[in-house]
Design a protein around this ligand. Sequence first.
Ligand code: NAD
Ligand code: ZN
Length: 343
Amino acid sequence: MKALEKSHPAEGLWMTRAPVPEIGPEDVLIRIRKTGICGTDIHIWNWDDWAAATVPVPMITGHEFAGEIVEVGRQVSGLQIGQRCSGEGHLIETDSRQSRAGKFHLDPGTRGIGVNEQGAFAEYLRLPAFNVVPLPDDIPDEIGAILDPLGNAVHTALSFDLLGEDVLITGAGPIGIMAAAVARHAGARNVVITDINADRLSLAEHVVPSVRPVDVTHEDLNDVISELGLQQGFDVGLEMSGNQSALDQMVEALVMGGKIALLGIPPGKSPVDWSRIVFKAITLKGVYGREMFETWYKMIAMLQNGLDVSRVITHQFDVDDFAQGFAAMKSGSSGKVVLNWRR
Ligand code: NAD
Ligand code: ZN
């Protein structure tokens, strides 16, 4: 089969031929239709320090996918050949305390497909049946291929009650923009999204017309707080940039007793003004991945009830043109980039 692989420890990814994976009794084999390119895949392409320390080679990359089941392990029940699906790319063990408490997304033994295990940028993917999420007919393949990052947005956005709240999102990357759509859908009063990249802010407005974009290189959040008539600031912050100054601005722009969910990954250790957090009585929550499988359940329900993130997909390429797809992602101005594995 065709597979997009990190074949050796250097910059780039290479289209190779790999054997179709053999499945175990509790697995399914998925024929991939579409995949999304993630920031993680860019780290792996660039072969930065994180990738070099984390990813063994050769490794088929990719973890955002939609496809159809073409083979079912003999102990699998409830899944049929022909079922369209996406799936959770975090593979977990079931013997940790967290898993045994039903908190599968907190299992410390989590391994990622496309990072620690062979991934989804291939014609076929082996996946434990446990990780499969069937796709209803009204969710198209390209949306199926971005459910993983939509899940990050949903899990983060729904960390705190948003109904009637004023929400600040820092970072208008694809995940921040999808979080803005989710916050709106969940009944937030005002949704403000910041970035330093004008293209990203235009995309945010294109995807979520009711969002207030703020270019923090030109505009002061205090002015936006006055313009919107907020008494002190925002109730809830969703940090989706990984940028130190964005977090600092968020802490300043929050009300006393405000809440922050942190998804963005800072490049290294970064200083935090802890006394501001203490005296403003701010609640901080770190977010990793998605809840298994409550986030999947909720996001599919929202998509079926009017949540529309389709415009966050700005590019689709045939997989043979994968280099163009990665170039679009690396431009820093794209939304989600989807690769088509089947014509
Ligand atoms: P992205 O890199 O496409 O978007 C980040 C955005 O933040 C960019 O548009 C950038 O211009 C903007 N930004 C930079 N400095 C800023 C500042 N000072 N103020 C406001 N915005 C600023 O990333 P993405 O794919 O949308 O993902 C969002 C973040 O979530 C990334 O940090 C990513 O690594 C992280 N992430 C975490 C998890 C997890 O499980 N915790 C999963 C997926 C992604
Ligand atoms: Zn991803």
